[in-house]
Design a protein around this ligand. Structure first.
Ligand code: SAH
Length: 372
């Protein structure tokens, strides 16, 4: 699409935000991201069918069945190591089209008792995606229930999986300007007819943890994801009380921040973040260190992230690939090998995506997270 076609496209959400900002002033990047993704009528996840080859972006479980199958085996092992509780909540945060869970349940069918013990809870806000999940999981012996948020999950031991979920939680951005730190805001351009970045006029409140301005260069950006740390704290509290693990896989970093990582993607290509909100996916890198810190403060253990490729290899990717390829046509083998490569090779998704785990404090490291 050309630049003029881009700017000519106006989404209903964009019009609504422009009127709102005209009346009340700029909004935070978090409020913008939250509306762009989750607005009840015009948010991206509500209004579109985003995921897969025909959608705007694809994810590891959509690329290779091995991803979900290995996670299914991981869940079986962690459940066994927890003493195989006769009832537990199997929770997926942001299940997309339900592909990961379908692969998990197929692999986990190796142990009938696991499926019998599982209460499957899918945490999903999008009605459209809930419908897809329901269709895909129809016929499974485990019947899913849905929750709008993590807090609704009933008591009991927990095994939680979240793939590419934390990256869509809204971030706030703070920029080191010539006058010190200022929150980056979404306001209007000079003509007042389109969205443009601006700064909050006054310094952020002291409870926002930012380095001394003297230690950073003008233009530096720090991102804070409050919903991610709140969720990590809530997960930790539940794991401390009831036992279990939370496996979190996402695009992100541990330690030094990524600067401005807010990005939009449409039709598998980058898209300007302030153009046509609601029509493009929007994500930010996950700060695994902040999640680990919040979980540890909440009394849980946090096993540091390792690269997705390394994690999948530790879980037996090569052996699973070999088994799947046995007896297949050359074409089917090629597709399986290509998929496995895309999810695990360092120059594909293997290195930038990371897996980390939050666990109840008394539990040994789950499979893949043992120190070698
Ligand atoms: N895990 C899937 C999909 C990732 S896309 C996969 O790997 O393919 C992100 C998913 O999270 C979508 O299902 C989206 O609707 C859901 N989602 C985004 N924000 C959410 C929120 N705040 N609460 C619940 N679900 C959310």
């Amino acid at each position: 699409m050309t630049a003029s076609a881009e700017s000519a496209e106006r989404t209903p959400l964009e019009d609504r935000l422009i009127s709102l900002i005209r009346a009340n002033g700029p909004i935070t990047v978090a409020d913008y991201m939250s509306d762009a993704l989750g607005h009840p009528h015009d948010g991206y996840y509500m209004a579109r069918a985003p995921i897969g080859a025909e959608g705007d972006f694809t994810t590891a479980p959509e690329i290779s069945q091995i991803f979900g199958e290995l996670i299914g085996l991981w869940l079986l092992q962690t459940w066994t190591d927890m003493g195989a509780p006769g009832e537990f909540n199997l929770v997926e945060l942001g299940p997309g089209r339900g592909v990961l869970m379908a692969d998990v349940l197929r692999a986990a069918a190796l142990r009938r008792e696991f499926l019998d013990a599982a209460h499957l809870v899918l945490v999903e806000t999008s009605g459209r995606l809930r419908h897809e999940q329901q269709t895909r999981l129809r016929g499974q012996s485990v019947k899913p229930t849905w929750a709008d948020e993590f807090g609704e999950i009933p008591p009991g031991p927990l095994l939680i999986v979240a793939n590419e979920f934390f990256d869509c939680l809204p971030i706030r951005q703070f920029e080191r300007t010539a006058n010190g730190w200022r929150e980056r805001m979404v306001g209007l351009n000079d003509a007042g007819d389109s969205l443009a970045f601006t700064h909050h006029p006054t310094p952020p409140p002291p409870e926002i943890d930012l380095p001394p301005p003297g230690d950073t260069e003008v233009g530096a950006i720090i991102e804070i994801c409050e919903p991610a740390t709140e969720l990590a704290r809530a997960i930790a509290a539940r794991l401390v009380e009831h036992g279990g693990h939370a496996l979190i896989i996402d695009y992100g970093h541990y330690g030094a921040g990524a600067g401005d990582s807010l990005q939009a993607v449409r039709a598998h290509a980058y898209w300007p973040v302030l153009s046509a909100p609601g029509a493009a996916d929007m994500t930010a890198h996950v700060n695994f260190e902040a999640i680990a810190k919040a979980a540890i403060e909440g009394g849980a253990s946090a096993w540091p992230p390792l690269a997705q490729g390394a994690f999948l290899h530790r879980l037996g990717l090569a052996a699973r690939l070999e088994r799947l390829c046995a007896g297949k046509s050359a074409e089917a083998r090629e597709a399986l090998i290509t998929g496995a490569h895309r999810i695990s090779a360092p120059d594909e998704m293997g290195e930038v995506f990371k897996a980390m785990c939050i666990s109840a404090p008394s539990l040994p490291p789950p499979p893949g997270f043992e120190t070698p």
